[in-house]
Design a protein around this ligand. Structure first.
Ligand code: CDP
Ligand code: MG
Length: 736
């Protein structure tokens, strides 16, 4: 039965992914137009709404349209008119006209699927509409996001729109950071956080509405959430279900809203019993697309050249460059800044800013500030800027065609491992990226790949559940009494990857021989950590070194690396690092750095601390983030009865053994030929050149992760006595 499509905007066109194609006779700088088969041609309609300069406000949403603000100073408008301006902006969003229809549909249906172009107002407006219409009754509205940055920044925006402090009516919860209170009614959370909430509240009884945003990304956690929501809804909305109303005494039914800019909506609809699909048309202007005539070997170099071509040949307008990750972003920013200085004075100035997940909130926010006069802003971003976050003012997009994606390499090694690979994007991503140029007016997108390459791209990404390690998820599910195999999932992972995760959990002592959760496993699941590190913390209790293990795992769980590598200053970096180097390897080297920083922090002021970090090529942000993470881990330790203050002092063997319990599966033995071979698989691994153990041979190593570039590298490596592994199996026997 075909799914009904309803257009809730005032326009009847199905303008999904429209405006991305346009004929242009001029060939430009080696780029040429795609031929007609490049995209499926869709009827294009322009929005009838005027272009209202909505994008020109700052991240606080306080500015007047097109009014430039310098130094971040607040507008001189009084409170009243500020609120009015925001209300006006909200009114003019494409979704505003569909508001009543949308609320009506959500009221009528248990599950609603909402498609709408990026920037149409889904993420910020729908929760407010639901709240304002009273649909949520006394319950909370959850809005899930795959990315931390999106959750926090969108919550901040919506708090501004509601004119309330962040954390009151509107709040957020992401791993290691939460701003909410009993007053909170709209809560932005990462999909990982809401899956964790299931552990304490299996029916999500605090929520009346759960909005699953960016559903097209099909992250592992989103998929688990989607499956659980189906179950929960059945229990809560069907009073005769013994698990539902009767048992929990719940009177509030659950509404589910699935949202995305680009989604296989029919698939979601089928999964949710032919749920209604709504469509809201965005305000998308035409975007001219140019492909490279030849494929480019070096995409950062090609991006730089393209940027300066735009800068010299094209009218004013900001540029957004999509790159795979932080390293590329930072290196390209440096090159652009360098060359921009050499431009003749009559040109526009170039202002670069960057946006990626691990970056501080305030830095990411710079991209939202209005571009100063006589300046061209160049934003270098990862795929954060693809659909999650709309950056104002973009007229040109440069698309490298690359992204970083977590990939489970099952076949490369016996046990398999997750690694971040730079790879080609999908057609759907390419369309979204191009679309970013057409938010406020006609735009141009330069694709640094050929049209053939575009045609060869996969339509959309494979769901994470089919390509990532399932270890953490299975552990979470076990605490809910669920088995992944039995869950009603949209896509089912293959049995090999389930088996490998079960084996890892058994090795960590989280599961017993019958795949049942052990008491230790239950404790591990409570820590918001990778199971390996949670295991190390639990093991540290027996070794009396919890304090040190917390120091180490909190740094390893921070979003950026502690040690900064600057290739131009390799010698200075090595020299600085020597101070912290521990003969056992990287884990105790981290501990030494943490201890040294703590000493400095105790005696020196902020400025001196920062200077000390700079001099030692240490990322102070990582220290600060790790400190917050550590505080939260201490709370969990207290909850499960682990004394977090117990310290091993100088007993380094205990510390490395605790870590070893967590990383037992990530271990390798030295072979007679000098290479390391995995203990759990057949793979030969090389110690990463950045490791303190890189030019030292030891009988056995443990490592944080494997990285696949041209070969398989172990990163975060420590030496561990080979005898440890014997004690480990003895340890396991004892447990069993
Ligand atoms: O979710 P969707 O992509 O449909 O749109 P949204 O995130 O709700 O954004 C709606 C509008 O709010 C966009 O035009 C954004 O530019 C604007 N916005 C903003 O001005 N500042 C923010 N921090 C977030 C959104
Ligand atoms: Mg959104």
């Amino acid at each position: 039965k075909p799914t009904p499509w309803v257009d809730v905007s005032d326009d009847d066109s199905l303008g999904k992914q429209n405006g991305l194609k346009r004929k242009n006779p001029n060939n430009m700088n080696g780029h040429h137009e795609p031929s007609a088969n490049g995209h499926k041609k869709k009827k294009r309609r322009h929005s009838l709404l005027s272009d209202d300069g909505l994008q020109h406000n700052d991240a606080n949403g306080a500015g007047q349209p097109k009014k430039h603000r310098i130094n971040g100073a607040g507008p001189s408008t009084p409170q009243g008119s500020k609120a009015k301006a925001i209300a006006e902006q909200r009114q003019q969003l494409p979704i505003a006209k569909g508001r009543d229809a949308l609320i009506e549909e959500i009221r009528k249906n248990d599950v609603t699927i909402l498609l709408g172009e990026t920037g149409s107002g889904k993420t910020t407006q729908v929760p407010q509409y639901i709240l304002e219409s009273g649909l949520a009754k006394n319950g909370m509205i959850a809005v899930t996001q795959p990315r931390k940055v999106a959750a926090t920044s969108l919550a901040a925006r919506v708090a501004t729109e509601q004119n309330v402090p962040l954390g009151s009516l509107v709040g957020y919860a992401v791993r290691f950071d939460e701003k909410s209170s009993p007053e909170t009614r709209i809560k932005y959370l990462t999909d990982g956080m809401i899956v964790r909430e299931l552990m304490s509240d299996p029916l999500l009884s605090n929520y009346s509405v759960v909005i699953v945003d960016e559903a097209h990304e099909r992250t592992l956690r989103t998929d688990l959430l989607i499956a659980n929501l189906k179950k929960i809804q059945k229990a809560r909305n069907n009073p005769s279900d013994p698990k539902g109303k009767g048992k929990a005494g719940l009177t509030n039914p659950l509404k589910i809203v699935i949202m995305s800019a680009t989604l296989d909506a029919e698939k979601f609809s089928r999964f949710y019993h032919n749920a209604k699909i709504l469509y809201v048309k965005g305000r998308q202007h035409p975007v001219k697309i140019y492909h490279c005539a030849e494929s480019q070997l070096d995409y950062t170099d090609a991006a730089m050249r393209t940027f300066f071509q735009i800068h010299t040949d094209q009218p004013p307008g900001d540029v957004l460059i999509f790159l795979p990750g932080q390293e590329d972003i930072e290196s390209l920013q440096k090159s652009i800044d360098l060359y921009a200085k050499q431009l003749p004075a009559d040109k526009l100035e170039v202002l670069t800013c960057t946006m990626f997940a691990a970056q501080e909130h305030s830095q990411n926010n710079k991209a939202f500030l209005p571009t100063p006069p006589k300046t061209r802003k160049c934003i270098l971003a990862t795929n954060i800027a693809e659909t999650s976050i709309t950056i104002p003012g973009i007229k040109y997009v440069i698309d490298t065609g690359k992204c970083k994606e977590k990939q489970y390499l099952a076949r490369v090694s016996g046990g398999g491992f997750d690694t971040l690979l730079t790879r080609d994007i999908t057609k759907s991503s390419a369309m979204q990226r191009a679309g970013r140029a057409g938010r406020e007016g006609k735009g141009v997108c330069f694709r640094l790949y050929t049209e053939d390459a575009f045609n060869g791209m996969a339509l959309s990404a494979e769901p994470e559940i089919l390509r990532c390690s399932l270890t953490a998820s299975i552990l979470n599910l076990k605490t809910l009494g669920q088995n992944l195999e039995e869950l009603d999932l949209m896509d089912k992972p293959d049995s090999d990857s389930i088996a490998s995760a079960l084996k890892t959990l058994w090795l960590l002592g989280a599961l017993d021989n019958h795949q049942k959760l052990t008491p230790d496993g239950r404790q591990m699941a409570l820590f918001p950590l990778e199971p390996q590190y949670a295991c190390a913390v639990v093991a540290s209790k027996g070794y009396g070194c919890t304090s040190e293990v917390l120091d180490i795992v909190s740094v390893l769980s921070a979003s950026s690396k502690l040690f900064i590598d600057i290739s131009e200053q390799r010698d200075a970096v090595a020299e600085a690092r020597r101070k912290f180097r521990h003969s056992y390897g990287d884990h105790l080297t981290v501990l030494n750095a943490v201890r040294a920083y703590r000493e400095i922090a105790a005696s020196e002021n902020k400025h001196a601390r920062r200077e000390w970090c700079r001099k030692h090529f240490l990322n102070e942000r990582t220290f600060l983030e790790a400190r917050d993470i550590r505080e939260q881990l201490v709370v969990t330790c207290n909850r499960v009865g682990i004394d977090a203050t117990v310290s091993a002092k100088e007993d380094e063997d205990s510390i490395i053994k605790s870590i070893g319990h967590g990383l037992a599966g990530n271990s390798a033995f030295l072979q007679p030929d000098g290479s390391y071979k995995q203990t759990m698989g057949q793979t030969i691994v090389k110690v990463h050149p950045g490791s303190s153990l890189c030019d030292k041979k030891v009988p056995a190593i443990i490592y944080d992760e494997l990285m696949y570039t041209n070969q398989i590298y172990a990163r975060g490596v420590s030496s561990i006595p080979k005898s440890f592994f014997l004690s480990l199996s003895a340890f396991k026997q004892r447990k069993a």
